[in-house]
Design a protein around this ligand. Structure first.
Ligand code: UDX
Ligand code: UDX
Length: 456
């Protein structure tokens, strides 16, 4: 079997590398219009930082895993085509700010319609609005060149930073398809058989197309809602003297609630949560369900509130002005173990502080220099932004230190906070946006220290 994947991003690259590893008899080509990305996939410096990924890629690369910019060639050659293309939030026209931009999906569907031959299975992996498979099918069927298509939905649930482990040992694999027809059942079975090489059969769930598409949006909406719910409680904890981590631990003992995804923070980031919740909101609106739309919209509103609230807390603590003050920022990626900064809460918080004319000294273990400036909408060099090689350089002469990403190296046991304190101007403030540090110890060192949801 020949598998082609269009889109060599965070989803396409790792997923295809895992398929190639587990199915040495299947040839997998990952194609992308971005030459720089493809070159990186063919090098030692992969474009995506994921623990363990380089080993997985190197095992199959050149054997049955190939990365190429020949999108058309890949399409014409494949029996099974994964679409791992971006579906960002629309920035223009109808639905701007909430609907998903389907441009890339449509362009690729049209290329497939033109180039594919024989029987081809199209798998949507991108998170898409419900009923996208219908759109893809109509585009495919508009070409009359004898080729026959089946469309499947196979949403990806991997989380960044743990992609390899998630792909190796998924909680479930979801495949949506058309089981009413013989061809549809055959297509479903073909994809089930690929995953069944390494995923226990009972974890492979098959549903109809629309359930599968909607399940992805629902899963991300529920996860985002959990973070917003605990973040909402964090604000209440701060004014009542409760401790949000104690509350989370207490409620997490209830099996019906469960202990995961209850870390209060500066807000969720990443390419998926906000985009997918907004997409869900738009869908509900489009299907004339305004109350349902409004319910989910609150999840994103709460996240925005949490970000701005954090920036305001810094401002007010620093005697209501940060103008000209140096503020050290530890962590810029949207979560630990990734170089990805998409929708990172750090961006929003840094922008708020720049607006107040602060001077930022930012350190992140993985994010590259150019990315900080792109995200903050500034040109390098900028007198208000310094990118630092380590936390100590960032802390030198700073009034405050902000922890914005949950990198292990920022935990109190892994970083010399006494040394950091000594380097800073006094009073020295610490705002721990991820509750990584022991605040009592930080106060002992001399910091004016605040966490998230830690009432006093
Ligand atoms: C994925 C999914 O595809 C998206 O729908 C999901 O909701 C989030 O995760 P991701 O892999 O993270 O996206 O996106 P990205 O890293 O941006 O990769 C997409 C790739 O597609 C890029 O490398 C881009 O160059 C490529 N692309 C885009 C094409 O090859 N052709 C196009 O027409 C557009
Ligand atoms: C998410 C989903 O988990 C994954 O299934 C889907 O395929 C893509 O979207 P990802 O965006 O990689 O994955 O990261 P995730 O681990 O879910 O974290 C998202 C954001 O929420 C991060 O900014 C993280 O720091 C934040 N978060 C997570 C919290 O603030 N508190 C928590 O308890 C958990």
């Amino acid at each position: 079997m020949n598998i082609c994947c269009i889109g060599a991003g965070y989803v396409g690259g790792p997923t295809m590398a895992m398929i190639a590893r587990k199915c040495p008899d299947i040839t997998v080509k990952v194609v992308d219009i971005n030459k720089e990305r493809i070159d990186a996939w063919n090098s030692e410096a992969l474009p995506v930082f994921e623990p363990g990924l380089l080993e997985v890629v190197k095992e199959s690369r050149g054997r049955n895993l190939f990365f190429s910019t020949d999108v058309d060639g890949g399409i014409a050659w494949a029996d099974l085509i994964f679409m791992c293309l971006p579906t960002p939030t629309k920035t223009y026209g109808e639905g701007a700010g909430s609907a998903a931009d389907m441009t890339y999906i449509e362009i690729s569907a049209r290329r497939i319609a033109e180039l594919a031959t024989g029987d081809t299975i199209i798998v949507e992996k991108s998170t898409v609005p419900v009923r996208t498979a219908e759109t893809i099918r109509r585009i495919l069927e508009s070409q009359k060149n004898g080729a026959r298509f089946q469309v499947l939905s196979n949403p990806e649930f991997l989380a960044e930073g743990t992609a390899v482990a998630d792909l190796e040992n998924p909680d479930r694999v979801l495949i949506g398809g058309e089981s009413a027809t013989e061809e549809g059942r055959k297509a479903l079975q073909t994809l089930v058989d690929v995953y069944a090489r390494w995923v226990p059969r009972e974890r492979i769930v098959t549903t109809n197309l629309w359930s599968s598409e909607l399940s992805k949006l629902t899963a991300n909406a529920f996860l985002a809602q959990r973070v917003s719910s605990i973040n909402a409680m964090s604000a209440l904890c701060e004014v009542t003297g409760a401790d949000v981590d104690e509350v989370a631990a207490a409620i997490g003992r209830d099996k019906r609630i469960g202990p995961y995804f209850l870390h209060a923070s500066v807000g969720f980031g990443g390419s998926c949560f906000q985009k997918d919740v907004l997409n869900l909101v738009y869908l509900c609106g489009a299907f004339n369900l305004p109350e349902v739309a409004e319910y989910w919209r609150q999840v994103v509103k709460m996240n925005d509130y949490q970000r701005h609230r954090f920036a305001r807390k810094v401002l007010h603590a620093l005697f209501s002005t940060v103008s000209g003050k140096k503020i050290a920022v530890l962590g810029f990626a949207f979560k630990r173990d990734t170089n990805d900064t998409r929708e990172s809460s750090a961006i929003s918080i840094c922008r708020d502080l720049l607006e107040e004319r602060a001077k930022l000294a930012i350190h992140d273990p993985k994010v590259e220099r150019a990315q900080f400036f792109r995200d903050l909408g500034r040109k390098d060099p900028d007198p208000s932004i310094a990118i630092c090689k380590d936390p100590f350089e960032a802390a030198e002469g700073a009034d405050a230190i902000l922890i914005l990403t949950e990198w292990e190296q920022f935990r109190s046991k892994n970083l010399d906070y006494a040394k950091i304190f000594a380097l800073m101007r006094k009073p020295a403030f610490l705002f721990d946006g991820r509750n990584l540090t022991d605040l009592a110890k930080m106060r002992e060192i001399g910091f004016v220290a605040e966490g998230i949801g830690k009432g006093r």
